[in-house]
Design a protein around this ligand. Structure first.
Ligand code: U2F
Length: 534
């Protein structure tokens, strides 16, 4: 039975202990600051859903990126312009699991996780003694690699319990360890090849339907009328909290255009004041890296939040839109990916980034988001003129609210089970669609207002199913192969393709000559990870 009466934040903070007090400092502050919102969200969810029937899970959480603080400096850099997206997500995942009443253990060093795992024998997990009372293990790629190399090869009974928190997503060809074809881009080295169910990779945004959208939450302060007036006083806030994000900008002219209309503010750190300011145009009013509360205040006073092209897919643009700003989202043409961009070179995905923030581009769009080529000064000028004449209301998709996250995490923890192959979402949600040649199932489903649901691939993976959906498979040759585009039909020479390797099912796989049969499902409005009746 879950403990659903956790009203005291101290109970959660007690779980975040480490000899190095800095490790959890930023996360603890976020948790304390958001605690009243979490409390309101769980009360609201309890009114809508009977949570007393849910099952309490024993959950181990290992934050690998903090366990390597001496090399990676995530915690130390948190207040100096270093990456915070990951700390945002970990804080929110931990808080969700705690508030939903689960029995959690949080570790951020190798010795601590070894202890938490219990029966670890001389660098190897002893199969007979595997701690079988642990239901779920949340870890990141860094932690997973470390477990594997320092503790020993992970056993199937343990692997199926993993949930790998993975910002940018992992595709089938990077996960299946016997994938034979050459993959363009960088190495496979650091990531991938774990043969997990792809839905065990849990992402920050709903960008990879093969994986699970886990998410995070966005802080909103309701706008007062006076704020709206202040906004007219016209500030722009630039998205870029480390001077390195400004240093390599090919062209800062567009900021000059913005500055013709608005005062340009920023929160940039990463070095001494003189080092930082040497990389900023002189008209930029720099506040230095500030606390999340101060970011929110600046956003409340700003009219527009301006992307520089990096960082990719962070939380900040959602915060800006939720606090009533327009977001100028730099468009990438050609799109960026592991084929042409060092940042993505070794990431386990071939996903194409058509802008700095694809979620804002695809899921939010106008009137909140302007995805434009910022090198094109006249386009920036046109957009600024348009923005100056407009008002926009704050907007936050439900899936990024505290309640939205609790609803989603609750559903995932209760229903996803990769050890006993529990089938979820239920098959009744399956809607099968035929795709045109060269189209991925992600695109085929999206074009019909749905999402690709990998859980259902198995149910449509047969000659019979291909025939039922109009492919001439009673007369064509049958190819039974491991394939990223199965099930599907290739007209020339005519062949029906059926999958023989479940780890190769892929929502994103395409071939110019093949039409795919796709497992789609509808989703709850504002909560893409869930379907209406599941
Ligand atoms: C992304 O990580 P970032 O940390 O660079 O993402 P941001 O969108 O900049 O913001 C993270 C948080 O930092 C806060 C802001 C956000 O909640 O309110 N913040 C702050 O506290 N003080 C400031 O002065 C400015 C911002 C992404 F999330 C990661 O997954 C990627 O690894 C990384 C690189 O692409 O980008």
């Amino acid at each position: 039975i879950p403990d659903l009466e956790r009203t005291d934040v101290q109970g959660l903070l007690n779980h975040l202990q480490d000899a190095n007090a800095v490790k959890f400092q930023w996360m603890k502050r976020r948790i304390v600051q958001m605690w009243p919102k979490w409390q309101a969200a769980i009360s609201s969810l309890k009114n809508k859903k009977d949570l007393t029937k849910t099952v309490q899970k024993k959950v181990l959480i290992h934050i690998g990126l903090l366990a390597n603080e001496n090399k990676l400096h995530f915690a130390e850099e948190a207040g100096k312009g270093g990456p915070l997206g990951e700390l945002v997500q970990w804080s929110d995942v931990i808080t969700s699991l705690y508030i939903l009443g689960h029995d959690i253990t949080v570790t951020a060093d190798l010795a601590a996780i070894q202890k938490a795992l219990g029966n670890v024998v001389a660098k190897k997990l002893c199969p007979q003694k595997l701690p079988n009372d642990i239901d779920l293990v949340y870890v990141d790629y860094i932690g997973l690699r470390e477990l594997n190399s320092k503790i020993g090869t992970l056993l199937p009974q343990f692997l199926c319990k993993l949930r790998v928190v993975d910002s940018f997503g992992t595709e089938a060809q990077f996960n299946f360890n016997l994938y034979k074809e050459k993959i363009d881009g960088g190495s496979m080295g650091a990531y991938g090849r774990y043969n997990l169910n792809l839905r065990q990779y849990q992402t920050m945004f709903p960008h990879s339907p093969d994986n699970t959208f886990l998410g995070f939450v966005v802080n909103v302060k309701p706008l007062e009328n006076t704020d709206k007036k202040m906004r007219r006083k016209a500030k722009a806030l630039v998205y870029g909290k480390h001077y390195s994000m400004w240093k390599d900008l090919p062209n800062k002219t567009f900021l000059e255009v913005v500055n013709r209309y608005l005062e340009v503010h920023a929160t940039v750190g990463g070095g001494s004041a003189s080092e930082v300011s040497s990389h900023l145009p002189s008209f930029v009013i720099n506040h230095g890296v500030v606390t999340p509360m101060e970011v929110q205040k600046l956003l409340n006073e700003s009219m527009v939040f301006v992307g520089l092209g990096f960082p990719y897919e962070g939380p900040a643009p959602l915060e800006a839109i939720a606090n009533g700003c327009f977001f100028i989202n730099p468009k990438f043409n050609p799109p960026r990916s592991r084929l042409n961009t060092p940042f993505f070179k070794n990431k386990p995905t071939l996903r194409l980034f058509t802008s700095q923030h694809p979620y804002c581009e695809e899921f939010i769009g106008k009137p909140h988001v302007y995805t434009i080529d910022v090198k094109n000064v006249s386009e920036v000028e046109r957009v600024m003129k348009e923005i100056m004449l407009k008002e926009v209301d704050p907007y936050l998709p439900f899936e990024f609210t505290h309640e939205g996250m609790l609803e989603r995490v609750n559903a995932l923890v209760q229903h996803q089970d990769f050890c006993y192959q529990n089938h979820w979402p239920p098959l009744k949600a399956l809607i099968t669609e035929k795709g045109g040649a060269g189209k991925s199932c992600k695109d085929v489903c999206l074009a019909k207002g749905m999402v690709c649901e990998p859980e259902f691939f198995n149910s449509i993976n047969s000659r019979t199913s291909l025939i039922e959906h109009g492919f001439p498979c009673n007369t064509s040759r049958l190819e039974e192969v491991p394939s990223l585009i199965a099930p599907g039909f290739r007209p020339e020479p005519a062949a029906c393709i059926v999958q023989t390797q479940a780890l190769m099912f892929s929502c994103t796989g395409t071939s110019p000559s093949t039409m795919r049969l796709c497992p789609c499902r509808k989703y709850k409005k504002g909560q893409v990870a869930l379907c209406v009746d599941c």
